[in-house]
Design a protein around this ligand. Structure first.
Ligand code: SIN
Length: 293
């Protein structure tokens, strides 16, 4: 069966059919890479439960895998992070806008998540395009943001977070990194806004007040619905997102129901901003429209 890419909104997201992630055919990985470059997050329904080895193998076709700095590792499969929320949970992973582990000096470039257990309703994941968020800003604002760097910290996110899963982190230190506020995507040359409310703590070149005011504005802007796609999971569906140009929010609106799956992340490069990068993708008209709204 030929691989088919069906866009879900004008700017972000596509459903992909015709590929079995447990047994990709020659050309599938390249086709998925191309679709991810364009659509930023891909959804695969009708998959069988992926064995940990198969999920790891598919992710590893895109590059070496990333190790999470805080989450417990699955016994026998250290690359797998078990996503699990249930009646006894005190926190649920991803329940707020973020880019995965942006506190790392080399944050993960992409994440592959399969969910096996779903609540009867709720538990959707929202994704927002940081290409669209950047491209819809005025040229003056774009140039200003491109001159800035931001600190991404993680102690406030991770300290004690996995205590209920047996993680004692009293002797652990957590990563923090400085990244450009606008990052260039290495595959397409497009520029993406790269600050997020979970990890970004300040804009380094501004005063504390200025930094907070600008971050508040950017967070509000990034969350505009026209930059988003919302995924309603079905059993064993897989989402594959590019952390270099998206943020996501896993809604925890289903307590006390259970939601469970396996996540694998792929190592990324150190974020950079290339002012001379000429995007090979033209901005979608919706982002130009958004400038006027
Ligand atoms: C995450 O933030 O990695 C979790 C996403 C999800 O559970 O939908």
């Amino acid at each position: 069966m030929a691989i088919k890419i069906m866009p879900l909104t004008p700017v972000i997201g596509a459903e992909v059919t015709g590929v079995d992630l447990s047994d990709p055919k020659p050309g599938d990985v390249e086709a998925v890479r191309k679709a991810l470059t364009d659509r930023q997050v891909l959804f695969f329904r009708d998959q069988d439960v992926l064995a940990p080895e198969a999920q790891v193998a598919f992710a590893a076709a895109f590059g070496p895998l990333h190790t999470h700095p805080a989450a417990p590792q699955m016994a026998g499969h250290p690359e797998i992070f078990v996503i699990h929320a249930h009646r006894e949970s005190r926190v649920a992973n991803g329940n707020g806008w973020h880019t995965d582990v942006s506190c790392d000096v080399e944050p993960p470039m992409a994440t592959l998540l399969q969910l096996h257990v779903l609540p009867p309703t709720g538990g959707d994941t929202l994704f927002s395009s940081m290409f669209a968020a950047f491209e819809s800003l005025s040229p003056v604002m774009q140039a200003f943001l491109a001159s800035l760097t931001a600190t991404h910290a993680s102690e406030h996110v991770y300290r004690g977070r996995y205590a209920d899963r047996g993680v004692d982190d009293s002797n652990r230190t957590y990563p923090s990194a400085v990244h450009p506020v606008v990052r260039t995507h290495p595959w397409s040359g497009r520029q993406a806004l790269y600050v997020n409310p979970s990890f970004t703590t300040r804009i380094n070149e501004l005063t504390t007040d200025e930094s907070q005011a600008l971050l508040d504005y950017l967070y509000r802007h990034q969350q505009r619905p026209e930059f988003q796609v919302r995924f309603r999971w079905t059993p064993n569906a897989v989402a594959f997102w590019d952390n270099r140009c998206t943020q996501h929010f896993a809604l925890w609106d289903y307590w006390p129901e259970e939601r469970k799956g396996h996540r694998v992340t792929i190592q990324g490069e150190r974020p950079y901003h290339d002012p001379d990068s000429v995007p090979r993708h033209a901005a979608h008209p919706i982002t130009k429209l958004a400038r006027r709204l």
